[in-house]
Design a protein around this ligand. Structure first.
Ligand SMILES: NC(=O)c1ccc[n+]([C@@H]2O[C@H](COP(=O)([O-])OP(=O)(O)OC[C@H]3O[C@@H](n4cnc5c(N)ncnc54)[C@H](OP(=O)(O)O)[C@@H]3O)[C@@H](O)[C@H]2O)c1
Length: 398
């Protein structure tokens, strides 16, 4: 059967929009996906049409793709099947609502929203309108993540009782972002480690301890947390969460997880994982280790009680060496011809459209909501507030 063509609209033209769109345009057969193909029919910039034109050129989009100077124009385009929202998380609620109101399916970057109330409202709206909506937690759709979840559901690890998960970086915020305006540290853009990076620490905790359980037995965790603030702007620079997932006694009882994030201190100081794994999933029969960066991991080690050690590497597919094609993020380029890995989530969204599903398979909307509730609770415990204009569920211009 001929692959079904899914037509994307790209909302915003920043760093991740560029990485995502480059990956999107890689031929899916390079990763053995044959049911769908992707194309870009339009992109919009809130600053100008010329910025959107530049963006389309930089990602090598088809010459027929339309450039818009406002998000409002993009969502009116009848040729767009699904919109990828790539603004800062402060803006996700307003931008996704704009898309849903216009009847568009949406893939929205992480963190889904600023708070759980906003996420709940988006989910309700998507369901009312029978539209597809998914949080773009790309890592969940990697073959490596599928392998990790299967190590649990197959029983290879025995009963999983504890997970450690860290996503941190070694930035020098005073030097790198001295004016306080960068989205990583700017409260007006919902900056801070928790929402930007801690979401991945929580992703690994949730996809191993929550997603792997049958839906009827999944329960929200209790959380105790500590936050260190970045004094110049008041966002969090380091957050540590201790989570307890309730589980029935006959299934092994409560599970503990420690999820950490910091943008100043990392366990991956040389960027190559020399300091060891950043995720450790521990069961009664063994441990699965995942090397950093945990948002784009490429290396695992499974160690079992019976003496088995299984080392695996998970390079991202793509057009391949000799293709002259490159992708990467934040100034770092991957090897020639190697994808970044954002096409897996795009494939999932596209397949869902073809199959008539309204959610992604590896993170339900209910799970995105529970994770937002955990982050709300961490913020409540530590007095981490954002301006009302980005916490509100009212429809306002930002
Ligand atoms: N999945 C991943 O690996 C990954 C990596 C990095 C970031 N992200 C997520 O993607 C989102 C965007 O991050 P990014 O690194 O791409 O940020 P970025 O480079 O700053 O780009 C954000 C874009 O949003 C648009 N925008 C609209 N209103 C804005 C405002 N008031 N301030 C700043 N930008 C505004 C701008 O595009 P226009 O001017 O064209 O409208 C801007 O270029 C965040 O939610 C982040 O958490 C995900």
């Amino acid at each position: 059967m001929a692959p079904k063509l899914i037509r994307w609209g790209i909302l915003a033209t920043g760093g991740i929009a560029e990485t995502f769109t480059r990956d999107l345009l890689v031929d899916p057969t390079t990763r053995n996906v044959h049911e769908i193909k992707h194309t870009v029919v339009a992109a919009a910039s809130s600053s100008s049409t010329s910025r959107a034109q530049e963006f389309l050129k930089s990602v090598n989009a088809p010459s027929s793709a339309v450039a818009y100077g406002s998000y409002e124009e993009l969502v009116k385009n009848q040729d767009v099947d699904i919109v990828y929202v790539a603004t800062p998380h402060s803006h996700h609620y307003q931008n996704v609502m704009l898309c849903l109101d216009a009847g568009k399916n949406v893939l929205c970057e992480k963190a889904f929203t600023v708070n759980a109330a906003q996420a709940r409202k988006l989910i309700e709206t998507a369901r009312e309108k029978n539209l597809f909506l998914m949080e773009a937690v790309w890592t969940r759709y990697f073959p490596l993540s599928i392998y990790a979840r299967e190590a649990i559901t197959s029983g290879r690890l025995g009963t999983v009782t504890r997970v450690y998960s860290d996503n941190s970086s070694a930035q020098d915020p005073e030097k790198q972002w001295p004016d306080g305006k960068h989205r990583m540290i700017n409260p007006d853009l919902a900056g801070g480690a928790l929402l930007d990076m801690g979401i991945y620490s929580l992703t690994w905790v949730f996809q191993t301890l929550y997603t792997t359980q049958p839906p009827h037995s999944r329960k929200a965790p209790r959380v105790v947390s500590s936050v260190k603030k970045y004094l110049p702007t008041g966002v969090d620079e380091m957050t540590t969460m201790l989570l307890t997932f309730p589980r029935d006694a006959d299934l092994g009882g409560d599970i503990h997880a420690i999820a950490t994030t910091s943008f100043r201190t990392t366990n991956n100081v040389d960027g190559t994982g020399t300091a060891g794994p950043a995720v450790r999933i521990q069961g009664t029969e063994g441990e699965l280790q995942v090397w950093p960066p945990i948002y784009r991991p490429t290396r695992t080690r499974l160690i079992l009680k019976d003496g088995t050690t299984e080392d695996k590497s998970w390079p991202q597919p793509g057009p391949g060496a000799g293709s002259g094609w490159h992708n990467g993020f934040g100034g770092g380029n991957n090897a020639e011809g190697e994808g970044h890995g954002m096409f897996w989530e795009a494939d999932e969204a596209a397949l869902a459209l073809v199959e008539g599903r309204k959610e992604g398979r590896f993170e339900s909307l209910d799970e995105s909501l529970v994770i937002m509730e955990v982050m709300d609770e961490v913020r409540r415990q530590n007095g981490l507030d954002y301006p009302e204009k980005i916490e509100t569920t009212d429809r306002i211009p930002l």
